[in-house]
Design a protein around this ligand. Structure first.
Ligand code: URA
Length: 312
């Protein structure tokens, strides 16, 4: 065991710091080794230690399979990493029995940072840990009135550590801008924080499994509890399913507010659907959904905005 963990040493690279959270990138060998240990129940938490960093005491509910980053310090190009071995079995989770994550910290920024730190070292899904480059926690304003929820990171998001930065993400950014907003004013997160793995040599993305969603959704639930948005948009059926369980097809759900724990939730098509169906009719449907969200947020709406995509 120790030998295996030792073998992982030296394979971790500091990637960057986002919102005060270090995102580390493991080499493939390290990822696969870590995933194997996690799958065998030999690792239930991983800590990233920065030489010279000061310890932050962060509590962890027992048995949730993740740990906070235990030591912090000035950004450095190399980090020493240690994995903690335990004899507990790999955790199993389901929506029904997954306890909510404990929220620690006194400000929204701090609370989100603590959650991001835990997600960054999560090993609950060993098969995803084996392939992921980053954990894509979420991005945006902790005080956001509006939160967009997607399904899971794709290839580009996995590499960059930020949700919706690939082709679908660029379209989402345009939609946000058409509303008169910026990505910095709102918050964007996914149901699943790690890229769903694809078979070797196969490109593209896959929908996360029910189990992956059930395992990961407590992070999103905690994010929403911290942010407390006034309204939310669920991008595609998977996002609705992750938040509310299966309630219908996106075609039948879109355009009418649902409710997520007291917050109005507008289901609409995922931007990747609009990339495949580029007619003004489909764009208009999504736009009408977003107009309803703008009205709910009491945002000013110009005549020009009201008429977007009306020419079919
Ligand atoms: N699709 C999603 O649902 N989320 C992303 O972050 C990127 C693409």
């Amino acid at each position: 065991m120790t030998e295996s963990l030792e073998a992982l040493r030296g394979y971790v690279h500091f990637l960057r710091e986002r919102d005060g959270v270090r995102q580390v990138r493991l080499s493939r060998t390290a990822r696969e080794g870590l995933a194997k240990l996690a799958g065998e129940g030999k690792v239930s938490k991983v800590s990233v230690a920065v030489p010279g960093g000061s310890a932050v005491g962060s509590r962890r509910p027992p048995g949730d399979g993740v740990s906070p980053v235990e030591s912090r310090g000035p950004a450095q190009s190399t980090v020493a990493r240690s994995a903690t071995a335990t004899s507990s079995p790999p955790p199993t989770t389901s929506v029904a029995n997954t306890p909510p994550l404990e929220i620690t910290g006194s400000t929204k920024v701090e609370q989100l940072r603590h959650l991001a730190e835990r997600a960054a070292v999560c090993v609950k899904c060993p098969h995803l840990v084996a392939r992921r480059h980053t954990v894509v926690f979420g991005v945006g304003n902790p005080e956001a009135k509006l939160v967009f929820v997607g399904e899971a990171p794709g290839e580009e998001e996995d590499l960059q550590g930020e949700p919706f930065v690939g082709r679908a993400g660029q379209l989402l950014t345009k939609m946000i801008q058409a509303m008169g907003l910026t990505r910095e004013q709102i918050y964007i997160a996914n149901i699943v924080k790690c890229r769903p793995d694809m078979p070797e040599g196969v490109t593209g993305n896959r929908k996360p499994t029910k189990q992956e969603m059930e395992t990961c959704v407590p992070y999103l639930r905690a994010q929403l509890e911290v942010i407390k948005p006034i309204a939310m948009v669920a991008l595609g059926a998977t996002a609705v399913e992750g938040l509310l369980r299966p309630v219908g097809t996106i075609g039948s759900l879109r355009g009418k507010f649902l409710e997520y724990r007291g917050t109005p939730l507008m289901p609409t098509y995922h931007p990747s659907y609009l990339l495949r169906n580029q007619s003004n009719t489909e764009k208009r449907k999504v736009w009408e959904d977003l107009l309803k969200v703008m009205e709910r947020l009491e945002m000013p709406i110009s005549e020009k905005q009201r008429n977007f995509f009306l020419k079919v």
